[in-house]
Design a protein around this ligand. Sequence first.
Ligand code: E4P
Length: 267
Amino acid sequence: MKLFIDSAILSEIQEVYDFGIIDGVTTNPSLLHKAKEAMEGKVDLAGYLKKILETAKGTPVSLEVTETSEAKMVSEGKKLFKRFNPVANNVWIKIPVHTSVQEGQANTDGIRAIKQLAEVGIPVNCTLVFTPEQALLAAKAGATVVSPFAGRIDDYIRTNHDVEFKKSDYYPAMGWQDNQHTLEDNGIVSGVELVKQCKRLLDSYGLRTGVLAASLRNPRQVREAALVGADIATIPYPVITELLKHPKTVEGMKAFMKDVVPEYKKL
Ligand code: E4P
């Protein structure tokens, strides 16, 4: 499974790329907003994005559109690609699976925009995926990857069932049991299950679109996304730094360091 960093903060991106094991970057308008806030607004955004692209050279960086109609998303996607892809040849354009802001509504602008961008060879990351059927339509439109939002579907299931939680709380991949009943959203019992169903569905029909597990909130969820076959996991910086931790590793290191035979060091 490839590991992406889910961040628009350059220092975080630079730090994790230094590890030598990161395969890409995902940004979104909220992550860019957070990055801008961290710099108290003092930022030349184009120059800043170029630094992110250069840091990630050789691996993809998703830049999201901000428009909502098919025509404007296509035009913005092409503009972003034309301006920023020459920097390091690594831009993916992120398009929402649909752009309606009316509850219970969905438009086809996202799918049609994906199709148009894919047809001219622009790699598309289809974002805000919450059902396997959304993933199917995006894949048929030619998306390079689809991004099921694991953490947010867990939030949605908990909120709908009045379960109190913190965003970083682990949510069981098998679903939350409530009086011998598993909580769910239309057959999806957890974010990890959503990732699994998207992967199974796309693989079943030989669709070449990858599944990028997004909105991951803790190391166990990253593990579970890997176990259900996600092609990519995009992970926030604090979670990346958690992935290595275990108290028994610390305890073991302490013991090994204490027991080192001095002559061994001189071998
Ligand atoms: C990635 O592409 C998404 O934008 C991101 O993972 C969303 O994560 P969040 O639900 O923690 O905001």
